[in-house]
Structure formats: structure tokens, C-alpha cells
Design a protein around this ligand. Structure first.
Ligand code: SF4
Length: 275
């Protein structure tokens, strides 16, 4: 029997989804839905925008105002939606390649503007839908179809990138730690500004298989064992930090939001007789 959450927020005519068995995308999507439910947001006041990739298919499964857009451009479309109707809670669902390679420029400028959009990056360290090419978050030395002998690029720390570019809320969680991830998304939705939440998730079909990470269960255990909470991180030696990452809230500093600033300019223009 479908749960109330599924009945209320998913489009039954688009299910079952096409994600592979063991893919973490379903867990992360459910965390987003549960965060919306916990905050009591009206479905009609929510707009979910996605780009292209496995995770971006989520917008088709969810029963909100939704836009499934072009590769890397989810934030550009979301910016237009937010400017046209600033009252909407605009949520962007994107992957690591979609957001930081093809859409990298949109990402840094959305952060810089501090426009009130909550972006959740499903980071599975690879391009899943297009066939396992390495992405900007594939760890150095790991393999993809376009890096059969190992990737030589250093990988992006997406949270550091978002914080440096100006996002006013930055956090990282995992598909394994679903309760924590939901809470981080709730906090991101509450922030009046650009919120960036990285959700570490597993792609057993491409990343796992190419890099011999074992079964689906092994991959989830790897996510669990690699995630270190903020205050425990400092106690680790450099050697112990190898292959691990921090989870939690990294930055939460509200500052003037873009559409509000934009409205002030319009009001000023009107006051001076421009319109
Ligand atoms: Fe998930 Fe990877 Fe399958 Fe895409 S290819 S649905 S990311 S497991």
C-alpha cells in the first residue's frame, strides 16, 4: 500500500520510477518530500525544477509545480521562476555533473546573488544516465567510462565552492543518514536566500561497478563509514581523513536576498516616476 506521503506528493501515473535497484536517488527524493511535509508547505506554493540526469527525473515523479529542463540549466530556469513569482518555494534538483560541470557557471552566480532557491545536489560522483563518464566530483584516481585508467583531475568540494561563491546556507548529508538529510533540507528551505545542500548518494550501476565497490549494501555501508560529523573531523589525523568527508551544516549566515533587492529597485524607480 502506498504511504500517505507517496499518495500526497507523488504522481502515481509516473510510477514505478526507472532508477536502478539500490540507487540512492529515491531516498534523497523522499527526504525532500518529507522536509516539505514537515514544514507544512502548500503543494501549490512549491516549484521543483530539475536539469538532466538520473536524479533530475525526480521532478517528473513529484506532484508539485515542476519543470524538467535542459542539461545544466535548472538554476537559470529556477531564477526566472523565482523572479516571476517570488512567493514560490523554488527547489532545484540536480546532479553533480549537471550542477558543477555543464551548469557550473549558473551555480556560482546563483550563490553570489543569494537568490531564494534551495538547491539539492545528488552527488553520486559520476554521470549515471549518460553512461558513467567521470564528473567534477569523481575522486582523483577513480574510474569512469571516460577515465578507464583513473581520473587525473582533482575533484571539487562542492560545499566549499558554494560557500566561497556566496551561498547563505551550505550543508552536506547522505542518503544513508536520511533523518539528518531531511533536517538539513528543512533548514535550507527556511533560509531566505540561496541554500545549497549536497546529498552524497550511491550509483551502484556505474560508479560502483567501474570502481569495484561491491554490492549495493557495501556501497551504502561505504557512504555510512565515510561520513564524519563536523566536530569529529578535527580529531582525525590527515591519514584518517583520507577517503572521508564531513557532514552537517557548514554555513548559515542570512544576508540580503536577490528578489527582495530587485523589488526595492523597482519600487525606487516607480517612486521617481519611472513607471
Ligand atoms: Fe541511479 Fe546510477 Fe542507475 Fe542512475 S545509473 S539510476 S544514478 S544507479
Amino acid at each position: 500500500m502506498p504511504s500517505n506521503i507517496v499518495k500526497k506528493y507523488y504522481r502515481s501515473n509516473t510510477l514505478p520510477h526507472i532508477w536502478c535497484h539500490g540507487c540512492g536517488n529515491g531516498i534523497v527524493t523522499r527526504c525532500i518530500v518529507k522536509a516539505i511535509d514537515a514544514l507544512g508547505l502548500d503543494k501549490n506554493d512549491v516549484c521543483v525544477v530539475s536539469g538532466i540526469g538520473c536524479s533530475s527525473r525526480a521532478s517528473g515523479y513529484l506532484d508539485f509545480n515542476t519543470l524538467h529542463t535542459t542539461h545544466g540549466r535548472a538554476l537559470a530556469f529556477a531564477t526566472g521562476v523565482k523572479l516571476a513569482n517570488p512567493k514560490l518555494h523554488v527547489i532545484v534538483i540536480t546532479g553533480d555533473g549537471d550542477s558543477s560541470a555543464i551548469g557550473g557557471n549558473h551555480l556560482i552566480h546563483a550563490c553570489r546573488r543569494n537568490i531564494d532557491i534551495t538547491t539539492i545536489v545528488f552527488n553520486n560522483n559520476i554521470y549515471g544516465m549518460t553512461g558513467g563518464q567521470y564528473s567534477p566530483t569523481t575522486p582523483t584516481g577513480e574510474k569512469g567510462t571516460t577515465a578507464p585508467y583513473g581520473n587525473i583531475d582533482p575533484n571539487f568540494d562542492l560545499c566549499s565552492l558554494a560557500k566561497a561563491a556566496g551561498a547563505s546556507y551550505v550543508a552536506r548529508g547522505t542518503a544513508y543518514g536520511a533523518v539528518q538529510l531531511q533536517k538539513l533540507i528543512e533548514n535550507g528551505l527556511k533560509n531566505k536566500g540561496f541554500s545549497f545542500i549536497e546529498a552524497i548518494t550511491a550509483c551502484p550501476t556505474y560508479y560502483g561497478r567501474k570502481n569495484k565497490k561491491g554490492s549495493v549494501v557495501n556501497m551504502m555501508e561505504l557512504v555510512r563509514d565515510s561520513a564524519v560529523v563536523n566536530n569529529a573531523w578535527e580529531k582525525l589525523s590527515d591519514e584518517q581523513k583520507q577517503g572521508k568527508f564531513i557532514v552537517g551544516e557548514f554555513y548559515n549566515e542570512p544576508r540580503p536576498e536577490y528578489t527582495e533587492q530587485y523589488d526595492k529597485i523597482i519600487a525606487q524607480y516607480r517612486k521617481e516616476g519611472g513607471l
